[in-house]
Each structure stands twice: as C-alpha cells, then as structure tokens.
Design a protein around this ligand. Sequence first.
Ligand SMILES: Nc1ncnc2c1ncn2[C@@H]1O[C@H](COP(=O)(O)OP(=O)(O)OP(=O)(O)O)[C@@H](O)[C@H]1O
Ligand SMILES: [Mg+2]
Length: 243
Amino acid sequence: MSDLPSDLLRVDGLGRRYGDLAALDGVDLRVAPGDRLGLIGPNGAGKSTLLNLIAGSLRPTAGRIRFDGRDVTRLGPARRARLGVGRTHQHPAVWSSLPALDNVLVAGRRPWGRLRAGGRERARELLAEVGLAGVERTAAGALSHGQRRQLELAMALAGEPRLLLLDEPAAGLAPPEVELLASLLAALPRTVAILLVEHHLDLVYGFADRITVLHSGRHVHTGTVPETRSSPEVAAAYAGVAP
Ligand SMILES: Nc1ncnc2c1ncn2[C@@H]1O[C@H](COP(=O)(O)OP(=O)(O)OP(=O)(O)O)[C@@H](O)[C@H]1O
Ligand SMILES: [Mg+2]
C-alpha cells in the first residue's frame, strides 16, 4: 500500500497468532486524520484483536504499526494513549463504585488525560456531550448498560484522542439507545479519527466513510458503503451468518 504522508495510522502486515490459530493474518490498514472507518466481519474475524493490537494491549506476532509517523509497534498502551490513541472496550470498563463524573475525572487525569485545572467543568461538558447530563453523581454501577457505554465514551474523550477505537458500542443496546448512540457518534468532531467495530451494520453504514471487512483474520475488502453493500467478498464472508 502507498505511504501517504497524511496517514494518522498505518498498519502493515499485522499478525497475531495463538498457537496454530492466526487470529489476525497480514492485515494492512490506513486511517487519515478525522477518518470514519467501519470495521466489520463475522464473530471471530479478528476485529477485537486488531483493535487491541492498535491500542497496545496486545502484542503482534508479525507486522508493524505507525501512529502519526512514529513506529509504535513496541510501545505499551499508556504510551500510545499519551500519543493520542483512545479506546472503548467490547465490555464497558468503568469504575462501578465511583460517580459518573468521577469516572470521567479519573480517566482524564491519567498520565495521558487532559483534564487538569477546570477539569470538573470539562468532565460535566463531556457527560452532557454523551447524553448523560443529570446522572453526574450516580455511581457508574447503578447506570444502565447503555449509560455505561455512553460513560465509557466520555472517559475515552477525556484523553482528547486523535484516534478513537470503539469496540461494539451498540452491543446490548435497545433500538432507541442505538439511535442515540448514532447521533452522538455523528456529532463527534473531525479532530478525532474513529475506527468503529460493530455488528450493527445499519449503524456502521450510517456512520462510516469507508468500511473494512475482516474474515478469519484476513482483510477481505475496503470500500465505501455502497461498494461494501454490493461486494461479493463481503456477502461470502457473511454467508451462513446472519449479519
Ligand atoms: N486469548 C486468546 N487465546 C486464544 N484464541 C483467541 C484469544 N483471543 C482471541 N482468540 C481467537 O482469535 C480469533 C479472533 O478473535 P477476536 O476476538 O479478535 O474476534 P472478533 O472479530 O472481535 O469477534 P466478535 O465479533 O465475536 O467479537 C477468534 O478465533 C478467537 O477465538
Ligand atoms: Mg470482538
């Protein structure tokens, strides 16, 4: 693949093996600043593996990752977060006993966070931006599953990432909550590029500029939404699987 100077994220030949299983196999990926990239594929395709490799919580067994022109392949997750890689998890990671506001404050005061003086006000704004105004003092553990997902998004945004990795933010949400999530994601500024892993295809198709499809650890397609909808490779990847 060509090396565009404008690439924010550049992944080359990335692979991760578990014994004989290639969870991810020789994947290339490019994300430009402000890009909205959807990442889809059937269960076990390697989507979370790819996100974890980019975030640095998992080490690759092959390939290279560059972020903002710098080789980050060997950097740990905290170093990458400090450079501007933010994430949410397939299972929301919040501090249950802390109020929602404190979750955002603590997240924003981590070494890579940007909430310092005046942090409380910014944390309130972030909660409002993700639709959580009014529950600032509610313990995260008492929030609904959907609200915990919104909270995790605010926590990720507190680090002011330039790349945000979202792993199935719509999982377990009721239809009205998915609609709310779609509008929250659409309202995020283009100062942050977003890599969205999701099984909810309507959400991805409504959100992304481009879609990448993985299947059995391999890259099978990257294209616009119309190209993806009509791609025979994508249909084959989902054959026998209700997408
Ligand atoms: N720690 C591990 N040990 C062994 N195999 C693993 C491990 N983590 C993931 N795998 C395997 O790697 C493959 C890719 O898993 P991954 O979680 O990346 O898929 P996914 O596309 O995120 O799937 P889903 O849509 O179900 O979340 C699967 O076959 C999975 O069973
Ligand atoms: Mg996954």
